[in-house]
Design a protein around this ligand. Structure first.
Ligand code: FAD
Ligand code: NAI
Length: 465
């Protein structure tokens, strides 16, 4: 079989690249070793985690959030099987959706492990061991990432789990230890805490959510503690052993000191993800690597002509929308157009309650770069809609260039933050200023008025604080 483009990996990077390339008239095949399409994100990542986050948030609302509104319901009970069915049905609808889109766009889908025999030749090895050779003008590697392992700790996906096991626990653990206060730890920790688990987080650094704005992380930690999370910051796990039905973790201060022992039913290891580059034939082809990632230029080209890479397997944030945008840009480049990704405007959202959303520079980054900036902040306690919904936790923070007023970053802790952030993304994409945002009429009463007021606060003219 001969193609213009063969994509290895059908995650958000690979499947979106394939569809866009087919739209532009290229003959495209996608090779995926998993039985279903959609990659980590649709099968064991973004989508199932959000299904559980939503359901568990409803459970917590019914438990604690509704009575103060005058809606009195009996204490909810959990139908664990129905919860898992909701998650599995959501995944199935999404992965089948990708299969439908492949058919609609005439993208050939092959199941098997892909590897590069030589530039222009991809071998697909099926489960039965049979091999098929595909000839192609271009190869896109979109093989994503895999769980980072904690040395000496074996993940069995029953008592010591990665995110994958944590999405399918057979019952709510009484006690859950989460190793790593990053996005996965706090999202999946939230799911099981809302459903009744006692959650203790062990984090190596002295803060949660490294990389996010420090003030946001601090306030968010306080909110999580109010919800019942316990944190051991500045600690590392030095060992995990089975103890009866459960597990025992030994932790030590990162700087050295006395060890402590924590017992739990389940330990979730969430200390990051690593690019997945095994068995692709990269070494034999001489594809250059950069700290475990595939090295690419700004057009996603590796050092070997005809071989490209996108998504979690290359530099940049490991996010589905970043992978998708790279997929679109690369397809357009391969079709002779001018595809481009603006890495300065990639939002990041943590889907907890409240949500955290961020785009552009943090205060710490601006300080480190020596950029003079102005800050505008507005708390949701002063927003009418937030009060009406009893969602007053959090604030909006806008960072603007001190000289030009151009918006350089925005950070939101609050209900619906993940939706609100996008007006700032559009503003930043157009190089807009805090004044542009402040002078844009926002509907009343909406949570988004807090974004406008934060922009007004940059110039010390917020009305409602
Ligand atoms: P992947 O989605 O990892 O897809 C790669 C595919 O390649 C896989 O299907 C794999 O089977 C296949 N593959 C690998 N090697 C081969 C081979 N040799 N031959 C054939 N196929 C191969 N991101 C967000 O933006 N928002 C979220 O809410 C979010 N939530 C997440 C929650 C969890 C629990 C996890 C684990 C991740 C989450 N992410 C989220 C991250 C997101 O899933 C990744 O950034 C995204 O999936 C990366 O896309 P990708 O296309 O690069 O790779
Ligand atoms: P992460 O990088 O977000 O967080 C890992 C945390 O573990 C860090 O705080 C780190 O300091 C800590 N850590 C590392 N080693 C440790 C050790 N030995 N002991 C204790 N703590 C240790 O990684 P995470 O949460 O595993 O997520 C992986 C990727 O998946 C992220 O890069 C993220 O982009 C993506 N993701 C995105 C989501 C979203 O966009 N909502 C949701 C879930 C995942």
């Amino acid at each position: 079989m001969s193609y213009d483009l063969v994509v290895i990996g059908a995650g958000p990077g690979g499947y979106v690249c394939a569809i866009r390339a087919a739209q532009l008239g290229l003959k495209v095949a996608v090779v995926e070793k998993r039985k279903t399409l959609g990659g980590t994100c649709l099968n064991i990542g973004c989508i199932p985690s959000k299904a559980l986050l939503y359901a568990s948030e409803m459970f917590e609302e019914a438990n604690h959030g509704m009575a103060p509104l005058g809606v009195v319901v009996a204490a909810p009970t959990l139908d664990h099987a129905a919860l898992m069915k909701h998650k599995d049905d959501t995944v199935a609808a999404n992965v089948n959706g990708v299969a439908y889109l492949f058919k609609k766009n005439k993208v050939d889908s092959l199941t098997g492990e892909g590897s590069i025999r030589s530039p222009g030749k991809v071998v697909v090895k099926g489960e039965d061991g049979n091999e098929k050779l595909l000839e192609t003008k271009a190869i896109v590697i979109a093989t994503g990432s895999d769980v980072a392992k904690l040395p000496g700790v074996e993940i069995d996906e029953t008592t010591v789990v990665s995110s994958t096991g944590a999405l399918s626990l057979p019952k709510v653990p009484r006690k859950l230890i989460v190793v790593g206060a990053g996005v996965i730890g706090l999202e999946l920790g939230s799911v099981w805490r809302r459903l009744g688990a006692e959650v203790t987080v062990v984090e190596f650094l002295d803060r949660i959510l490294p990389g996010m704005d420090g003030e946001v992380a601090k306030q968010f930690q306080r909110l999580l503690e109010k919800q019942g999370f316990a944190f051991h910051l500045g600690h590392k796990v030095t060992g995990v052993e089975k103890a009866g039905e459960g597990v025992r973790a030994t932790i030590e201060p990162a700087a050295g000191g006395e060890a402590k022992v924590l017992d739990a039913d389940v330990v979730l290891v969430a200390i990051g993800r690593r690019p997945y580059t095994h068995n692709l034939g990269l070494e034999a082809q001489g594809v250059a690597m950069d700290r475990g990632m595939i090295a690419v230029d700004q057009h996603f080209a590796t050092n070997v002509p005809g071989i490209y890479a996108i998504g979690d397997v290359v530099r940049g944030p490991m996010l589905a929308h970043k992978a998708e945008d790279e997929g679109v840009a690369l397809a357009e480049i391969l079709a002779g157009q001018a595809g481009h990704v603006n890495y300065d405007v990639i939002p990041g959202v943590v889907y907890t309650s409240p949500e955290i959303a961020s785009v552009g520079k943090t205060e710490e980054e601006l300080k480190a770069a020596g950029v003079a900036y102005k800050i505008g902040k507005f708390p949701f306690t002063a927003n009418g809609r937030a009060r009406a919904m009893r969602h007053t936790d959090g604030f909006v923070k806008i960072l603007a260039d001190a000289a030009t007023d151009r918006v350089l970053g925005a950070h939101i802790v609050g209900f619906g933050a993940g939706e609100m952030i996008h007006e700032v993304c559009v503003l930043m994409e157009f190089g807009g200023s805090a004044e542009d945002l402040a002078r844009t009429c926002h509907a009343h009463p909406t949570m988004s008025e807090a974004v406008k007021e934060a922009a007004m606060a940059v110039d010390k003219r917020a009305i409602h604080v």
